[in-house]
Design a protein around this ligand. Structure first.
Ligand code: T1G
Length: 692
């Protein structure tokens, strides 16, 4: 019988089976919580029922609280009140888990008396990824079943564990056959009845807390071991404090109150708002407004890559990793051999770290074919070009590729800023041409800019969007224009950073401000890492910038142990007197009077220049929504997730302040800071970028 729209109740012998079916992920919405509460109360009142199984239809067990309900008025039963109903039930309740029991979903399972899962299921508390902590007793119950160290790792990483690991740790009581979860859970419930097994409450289990009680140093050791990863984030620390509370002698109910207080603090903080924004923004990026979700896509069964250099090799690995064969083409045997060798050594390094089985190295290499003949790409469904970043080289390659690729094949360029329309014009199939801009290292970085031209066909874009998810990338569809979204905003940051060090800031000043803001590394440190000679032409160089002069001096960055910084043999950087003199002499030649530059000026000039460029990109339609700009800079350039991305950050500053600051910067530092018309409109209407 239906209890409500999403909950059904049926009796299987003396076991009441409560089933929830609330797509897409059975999030614990108001209706779901109400349905479960009503069904459990019905089972408790039914003398013919001896036990209850709680199970879900669809792709997964409850995947957590319903994030879309955050910030809305609380509707009873709250998750914690539902937990009280389950935990205090007078008859055994068995949670039957498939898919991903996450967050509040796992917390609900933890108040059931027993937990059964299929081997493919996963269990986790990912709240930290939303800038939160498990607010329904997860920090108090999880360490009681998996131990304190494992609980610390799970709640601060947010990563789930497999059902087998969960079984071995005592988080699960039994595994079912795949496809046989319901029957196994009912059988388990009958076994509990037949054997008169106790109504176990996780809250009463303390044996796994003893070890940590005897070694309180475990917490500070954990903090120290993860300091770099947690830097700037509030939520990991709050999760650790909750686990510390679990180990303390605070009574359980009081510990729940403390957990709730810390949860509420995080919920109110902009860091959680930012990370919840990112959660939805990542998913929104996969939706292209003018291309319907049911647009047919093209099968990609074989991929060609042109260029076996760093980018080409990394790009090829993305497809090999998911079992798609790749033919990679080079112009000379030596280059091809080097490229194939680097791919193999990358896999072997991963295997040595235990993150890849040795046999998988061979499987993946077995899918890779090297060639010196473009004609060998004739049967590829998709060909990605990754040759030298020069427009005439690319147009020549595309003209030749167009002649050999099969009809309907998609031809993609990996260019990072060149005109994709011009490249498409070199072919007779512009509708099948687009940009697939990978970020180095291409087999690691999550961001993929999908650059559509004025002619790219909808099914080609839809195919690229689907393919990005297949290869584990965050695909963001953008328009064609210099630097697309990411590199265009980087260029705006470059301009200010270069100006600041001529005016009196040092590279380490600029880098410190950005590092303290939350970037993993500073601007000049990143430049040295990438290499100052990327895009530098030694035949045309003319000492026209500091960067050119450093290159002319052989200071190409980390790889030459000298760039904006000096580097020791361990690549540890120190401020460089040589670079400082180059900068000062260049400033003198430019007639720039050096002065003290404050951290606030560095921060405002760089961040507001980036925001302004993001606004121009939105105004020109190169990005479809401000959250796409945020995703590009978070996943491609290290903008700190807890700050939500440049446009989210600007929304926190407020449209009026953004306009006022840009106008002040323009008065002080020139027309580069002329506010984008979009910013002027938003300020006039009092609207945020997210409402644009
Ligand atoms: N609430 C609402 N909607 C959700 C959701 C959730 N918890 N999880 C996913 N969705 C939507 C998502 O927006 C998308 O919508 C669709 O489901 C498919 O998601 C008290 C407070 C479960 C592993 O953090 O990790 O519990 O775009 O594209 O790749 O302690 O979704 O289709 O309209 O990601 O198969 C804790 C978050 C919440 C889990 C499935 N739980 N979700 O991945 O599909 S806080 C989480 C995920 C909490 C308690 C606290 C993944 C997934 P649309 P998808 P997927």
């Amino acid at each position: 019988m239906k209890v409500n729209d999403v909950t059904t109740y049926e009796e299987d012998g003396r076991v009441a089976v409560v089933t929830v079916d609330s797509p897409p992920v059975n999030a614990l919405s108001n209706a779901v919580r109400q349905g479960i509460a009503a069904a459990v109360e019905k089972a408790m009142a039914d003398d013919a029922v001896g036990a209850v199984v709680l199970i879900c239809e669809g792709r997964t067990f409850f995947a957590g609280a319903d994030i879309t309900e955050f910030g809305k008025p609380q509707v009873e039963p709250s998750l914690r009140n539902l937990q009280k109903i389950v935990e205090n039930a007078t008859k055994p309740i068995v949670a039957a888990i498939h898919g991903t029991a996450l967050g509040g979903g796992l917390e609900l399972a933890l108040v059931a008396h027993y937990r059964v899962a299929v081997p493919s299921a996963k269990c986790g508390l990912p709240e930290v990824k939303l800038g939160l902590l498990p607010g329904a007793g997860g920090t108090q119950r999880l360490p009681r079943v998996v131990g304190v160290q494992k609980a610390l790792e799970m709640v601060t990483s947010g990563n789930p564990i497999s059902a087998r690991e969960a079984l071995s740790m005592g988080l699960l009581d039994a595994l079912a056959e795949e496809g046989g979860l319901r029957a196994a859970a009912v059988a388990f419930a009958n076994k509990v009845l037949d054997e008169g097994l106790p109504l176990l409450k996780v809250r009463d289990r303390t044996e796994k807390l003893e070890e940590a009680r005897a070694n309180p140093g475990i917490f500070d050791e954990f903090r120290k071991a993860n300091a770099r990863q947690f830097r700037g984030f509030l939520a990991p620390e709050y999760n650790i404090r909750c686990i510390e509370t679990a180990v303390s002698d605070l009574p359980f109910e009081d510990a729940l109150v403390r957990e709730r207080a810390l949860f509420d603090e995080l919920m109110k903080d902009s860091q959680s708002a930012a990370q919840r924004h990112v959660f939805f923004a990542e998913r929104q990026a996969a939706k292209v407004d003018d291309i319907s979700a049911d647009t047919p896509t093209l099968p990609i069964a074989k991929v060609g890559v042109i260029g076996a250099g760093t980018m080409g090799g990394g790009i090829a690995m993305n497809f090999l990793n998911v079992g798609i064969p790749v033919t990679i083409v080079e112009t000379a045997q030596a280059g091809l051999d080097r490229g194939l060798g680097i791919i193999r050594s990358n896999y072997e390094t991963t295997a040595k770290k235990g993150r890849l089985k040795p046999e998988d190295v061979e499987t993946r290499m077995g899918l890779l074919t090297g060639s010196l003949d473009l004609g060998d790409l004739a049967d590829c469904d998709l060909v990605i070009e990754a040759v030298f970043e020069q427009i005439d080289v690319k147009t020549d390659v595309f003209a030749r590729l167009d002649a050999v690729a099969k009809p309907g094949a998609i031809l993609a360029t990996n260019t990072s800023y060149l005109d994709v329309d011009e490249i498409a014009a070199a072919t007779k199939r512009p509708e099948s041409v687009l940009g697939l801009h990978f970020f180095s290292p291409a087999n690691v970085m999550k961001l993929l800019e999908i650059v559509r031209t004025k002619d790219t066909a909808p099914e080609v874009v839809a195919t690229a969007v689907k393919l990005s998810k297949t290869i584990g990338k965050i695909g963001v569809t953008v328009g064609n224009g210099f630097g697309f979204v990411g590199n265009r905003i980087l260029a705006a940051r470059n301009t200010q950073a270069d100006a600041l060090i001529l005016e009196g800031a040092t590279p380490q000043d600029v880098d410190r401000v950005l590092y303290d803001f939350g970037f993993p590394m500073g601007h000049f440190q990143m430049r040295d890492l990438v290499g100052l000679d990327v895009g530098w032409d030694r035949n045309k160089t003319s000492s026209s910038t500091v960067r050119e002069i450093l290159n002319e001096m052989g200071r190409h960055g980390q790889k030459s142990k000298a760039g904006y910084y000096d580097y020791d043999e361990n690549r540890k950087q120190t401020p460089s007197p040589v670079a400082a003199k180059v900068i000062e002499d260049f400033a003198v030649r430019q007639g720039i009077a050096r002065r003290a530059v404050s951290d606030d000026e560095i921060r405002d000039r760089i961040l507001y220049a980036m925001v302004n460029e993001g606004a121009r990109i939105l105004d020109e339609g190169i990005a479809a929504r401000s959250s796409d700009v945020d995703i590009v800079w978070i996943t491609g350039y290290g903008w700190p997730r807890y700050r939500g991305g440049p446009m989210f950050w600007a929304d926190l500053e407020g449209p009026a302040k953004v306009l006022e600051t840009l106008n002040a910067l323009r008065a002080a530092h020139g027309d580069d800071f002329t506010p984008s018309p979009l910013i002027e409109r938003l300020a006039a209407e009092g609207k945020a970028f997210k409402d644009a």
